[in-house]
Design a protein around this ligand. Structure first.
Ligand code: NAP
Length: 233
């Protein structure tokens, strides 16, 4: 009997990562879902289904990541969606917060891949999350814009170094049904009105784009905007 495909979703306890985990589990993949907190990871695994398992992983402490992922076996699909919400403007720069978020998203994301590198199967694929703040900054997005730009830049070198494993990134615009934008009606309505599709993207849109990038063997080294064309206008 063929081995069940296996996925790791880092930052899968809420939001887009949880939606991705559910989509992968629904098609029969074993899903390792992570949170910083083991109880939250286990609760997410319970929601995802019997084929899911919770792990505690904290990307802000990269030296510990290898040990935290030690029980993971062969990996067909890796999705890294972890983020801590951040506002940090240069005029009031908080160095501690800046180091934490840059560590989480750039060093932490890379260390997850490094820790799993010997466990990727020959057709494995990886999707990392950036965001359209890379191209559409706003006051307070200094760190977020920097890290999302960093994810864009990492994709090329990772796809080259890890070949034939494919590496792509998703850059969502404002995800209207994510907790990050809950109650921020003025921004979300203004953004929807300025988006060619007339709507904000959804958790489901993002999960569908991740599945496409994980599966399509012709797509590699791509930074895919999932923003309804927001940044075109
Ligand atoms: N939502 C949007 O509109 C939007 C727009 C553009 C880009 N994005 C990107 O899309 C991705 C997912 O966003 P989201 O809104 O779905 O996020 P979210 O709901 O806030 O989920 C973040 C996930 O990251 C985990 N996490 C937080 N801190 C962590 C740490 N130090 N180490 C490891 N995991 C950690 C959280 O788990 P615990 O809290 O349980 O530990 C949770 O599973 C992010 O990379 C974000 O930058 C989102």
């Amino acid at each position: 009997m063929a081995r069940q495909q296996s996925a790791v979703v880092v930052g899968g306890s809420t939001g887009i990562g949880l939606a991705v985990s559910k989509a992968l589990a629904a098609r029969g993949e074993t899903v390792y879902v992570t949170s910083r907190d083991k109880a939250r990871a286990d609760e997410a695994a319970r929601q995802i289904g019997a084929c899911a398992k919770g792990l505690a992983v904290d990307l802000s402490d990269p030296a510990e990541i290898g040990a935290q992922l030690s029980e993971v076996g062969p990996v067909d699909h890796l999705v890294i969606a972890a983020i801590e919400r951040d506002e940090n403007a240069v005029k009031s720069y908080d160095v501690t917060r800046a180091i934490r978020i840059v560590t989480l998203k750039l060093v932490g994301y890379t260390e997850v891949i490094h820790a799993l590198v010997s466990r990727f199967t020959p057709n494995a694929s990886i999707v990392l999350f950036g965001g359209q703040a890379r191209a559409r900054p706003y006051p307070g997005s200094t760190c977020v814009t920097t890290i999302n730009g960093g994810v864009s830049a990492m994709i090329g070198t990772l796809a080259t170094e890890l070949a034939p494993i494919r590496v792509n990134a998703i850059h969502p615009g404002i995800v209207g049904d994510s907790a990050a934008w809950s109650g921020k009606t003025e921004v979300t309505e203004r953004t929807a009105a300025r988006t060619p599709t007339g709507r904000l993207v959804t958790l489901e849109d993002c999960a569908g784009a991740v599945v496409f990038l994980l599966d399509n063997r012709g797509v590699n080294g791509v930074n895919l905007a999932v923003d309804g064309g927001w940044t075109l206008l």
